[in-house]
Design a protein around this ligand. Structure first.
Ligand code: PRX
Length: 671
């Protein structure tokens, strides 16, 4: 099926790029039943979607429910887009009621699995997992009840509701209840601590927080309510806290402020009409951290976000409710991936969405594969950082399970190294599942560059081509397209329905960050190149491009070369000040389990990069480390590694760092 081999090229151009000759066309049987079953169909539809974007998107929007149809599809005053102007809709109605209207009320909407596996004595090993299934009817009842409970607590249309919860069905219920009554939500990932809650509550001027006593993570209760209590000693904005009982860990309830979820819903009516919302009414704020400064509150509105996440879900994962699809995205709902591709884009597609509460290695390292086997998951969506961990843990955990139900594999969040891609393809996909490497951002709301599994020939490491309606290009700072395989700035040249509508309360930051680097275009902050097949390759954040002796090197390419060495599990590369070259390359490497760290191996790994990419890319320094410093969403914090490599004090905020001890170890070892 695939052409074998990979080669490198670094001679002629100023760039040193990893050339990939392995190509995987969609399996014929898959393409035959797919929504978009050939590259010709993709190209024809893509051309139309960009040339007549308004016609294209109004047809898609017509597939969903509107209380009142829009007057104008798009009003575009750069950088402000308004989509489906004058239209009235409700995304919660489209996630739930629309299915019930069509007679599907007793179909499964959400399948949830808790982390603890209970044995007969209530312990955490052996025995049965805790599973809940909610039909659209169940979901409507629970959402309506909670929506009424919120109203009874005084929440009104337009009020920002903060949600800080574990991955339990009530998290989806809470967000859908907010959408039902028109209260924008601001969800905070449960791994964040008190100061992050305080910052977001204050920035969003939110006076209500919905939380739980705790959430299960590797058999321990994460103290969510305690974190909220601590945050609320730092701000006096919040007047109401709703607490779901999940772990029965000890917590403190504050009289007059705190209410049990159970109590306020017990008395609430299960009938709540969905509020007709203006297409441009705020649906949610979601904070994203930049490499510098405070997190930005990214704003998404109702109509455009709904239409775009609906269509990307349908086509990227090739969803077919009639084929008993079971979809599982392993992200937390606290990230954009969970907002768009666990809840809002999925439910309108009528395919059950699976939520899992806990860690991939609880109680054992085969938990994900066990879930896939038991629930017969057909579409699986995860992140490269997880894939690299699975590789490191070894395939014996996978071989124990039957993964034959799978037919599409997705990845998101950072560039996937070709090595990890091939492993995903061979070991998880059994060489029969198309891989969709989806490039997008909190700001874009939905997939921007992605293969369509029945149409696109994939290549390890490339996120391939733009989705419908997306006019993407790689340009220089003047906005002119750069040549084939030349690195440049990734831009989007036309508006799309789910684009961010701003940074909450900070117009200047919105303009500066996204609209002032290349005139007239949206800049994502990522570097990219486009190859001879028209496929896009993300080279990492623009900040991560290093110029070594006058050569532009994407840190991603060097990392991929490092990971292609058999002994290497994961790698991060940064630049550091170098007397001769200007900038040198420092590599931080974790080894595959059981392999010994020796100087000889260091040399071998460095030589391997030189062989793969050319001597210019050979790391000047290489340090082994048991783990890399990562954010709680699994992104490598290269900013910290830059400080360590340069022998500087760590600067800037490290509150998003998952494990601080790693940084201390690295500093001690640094040469
Ligand atoms: O640098 C890109 C990287 O993640 C950034 C967006 O991060 P965030 O807003 O947290 O959203 C993550 C989930 C959508 C991008 O600017 N990124 C995301 N997906 C990919 C990626 N880089 C390469 N390939 C991807 N598939």
């Amino acid at each position: 099926m695939a052409q074998a081999g990979k080669s490198t090229e670094s001679e002629s151009s100023m760039e040193s790029v990893l050339t990939e000759n392995r190509h995987f066309p969609p399996p014929a049987a898959f393409a035959k039943q797919a929504h978009i079953g050939s590259i010709e169909k993709y190209e024809e539809m893509h051309k139309r979607s960009v040339e007549d974007s308004e016609g294209f998107w109004s047809e898609v929007a017509d597939e969903l429910h509107w209380f009142k149809k829009w007057d104008t599809v798009l009003e575009w005053n750069l950088p402000d887009a308004k989509w489906f102007v004058g239209g009235k809709t409700n995304i919660c109605y489209n996630c739930i009621d629309r299915q019930i209207d069509d007679g599907l009320g007793d179909h499964t909407a959400i399948v949830w699995e808790g982390e603890p596996i209970q044995d007969q004595d209530g312990g955490h090993a052996g025995g049965e997992p805790e599973i809940r299934k909610l039909t659209y009817n169940d979901l409507k009842r629970e959402v309506s009840r909670f929506a009424n409970a919120l109203k009874n607590l005084g929440v009104k249309k337009g009020d920002v509701v903060t949600i800080y919860m574990p991955m339990v069905p009530e998290l989806a219920i809470a967000m859908l209840a907010c959408a039902r009554i028109g209260a924008p939500h601001s969800i905070i990932f449960g791994g964040f601590s008190a100061s992050a809650i305080r910052d977001r509550v204050e920035d969003g001027k939110s006076n209500i927080v919905i939380t739980a006593d705790g959430g299960w993570r590797r058999g321990k209760a994460v103290p969510l309510k305690d974190n909220v209590d601590e945050a609320l000693t730092l701000t006096d904005l919040v007047k109401t806290v709703v607490v779901l009982e999940r772990c029965q860990n000890d917590i403190n309830m504050v009289e007059g402020r705190d209410h049990w979820w159970e109590d306020i819903t017990a008395t609430a009516s299960e009938h709540c009409e969905a509020e007709p919302m203006d297409a441009e009414d705020l649906l949610f704020i979601l904070y994203t951290s930049g490499s510098t400064g405070k997190p930005k509150g990214i704003m998404h509105t109702t109509g455009g976000y709904m239409v775009y996440t609906y269509l990307t879900s349908k086509y990227t994962f090739d969803l077919h409710p009639e084929n008993n699809d079971m979809y599982w995205c392993t992200a937390d709902i606290g990230w954009i991936t969970g907002h768009s591709y666990i809840v809002y884009g999925l439910l309108p597609n009528r395919v059950p969405t699976l939520m899992y509460e806990g860690a991939p290695d609880a109680p054992d390292k085969d938990r994900f594969w066990d879930i896939i086997e038991r629930h017969k998951v057909t579409k699986f969506y995860t992140a490269p950082t997880a894939i690299r961990a699975f590789m490191k843990w070894g395939r014996e955990h996978i071989d124990k399970h039957d993964l034959s139900s799978l037919n599409v594999l997705g990845t998101v969040g950072e560039p996937i190294n070709p090595e990890a891609w091939m492993w995903y393809h061979e070991v998880i996909g059994n060489e029969k599942c198309p891989i969709v490497d989806t490039w997008w951002q909190t700001e874009t709301g939905g997939h921007m560059l992605t293969p369509l599994p029945g149409a696109t020939t994939t290549t390890p490491g490339s996120c391939t081509k733009p989705f419908f309606g997306i006019d993407a290009a790689v340009v220089n700072s003047e906005g002119e397209p750069v040549g084939e395989n030349e690195g440049g700035i990734l831009v989007i040249r036309k508006p799309w329905p789910s684009m961010l509508r701003g940074v909450y309360g900070n117009r200047e930051r919105f303009i500066d960050t996204y609209w002032s680097k290349v005139e007239g275009y949206y800049t994502a902050g990522d570097g990219a190149r486009k190859d001879e097949h028209g496929n896009f390759w993300i080279m990492g954040r623009i900040d991560d491009v290093i110029v070594v002796a006058g050569h532009n090197l994407g840190t991603m390419e060097v990392e991929s070369a490092l990971v292609s060495h058999d002994a290497v599990a994961e790698a991060a590369v940064v630049g550091f000040p170098h007397d001769i070259k200007g900038t040198g390359i420092a590599a931080f490497v974790t080894l595959v389990g059981g392999i010994e760290e020796t100087d000889e191996l260091k040399k071998q790994v460095r030589d391997h990069v030189a062989k793969e990419l050319g001597p210019i890319s050979k790391p000047d320094k290489l340090q082994f480390t048991p783990a890399l410093p990562k954010t709680r969403s699994g992104k490598i914090m290269r900013r910290l590694l830059r400080d360590i490599a340069a022998g500087r004090e760590i600067s800037g905020d490290i509150t998003t760092l998952e494990d601080k001890s790693i940084v201390e170890k690295l500093q001690q070892q640094a040469d």
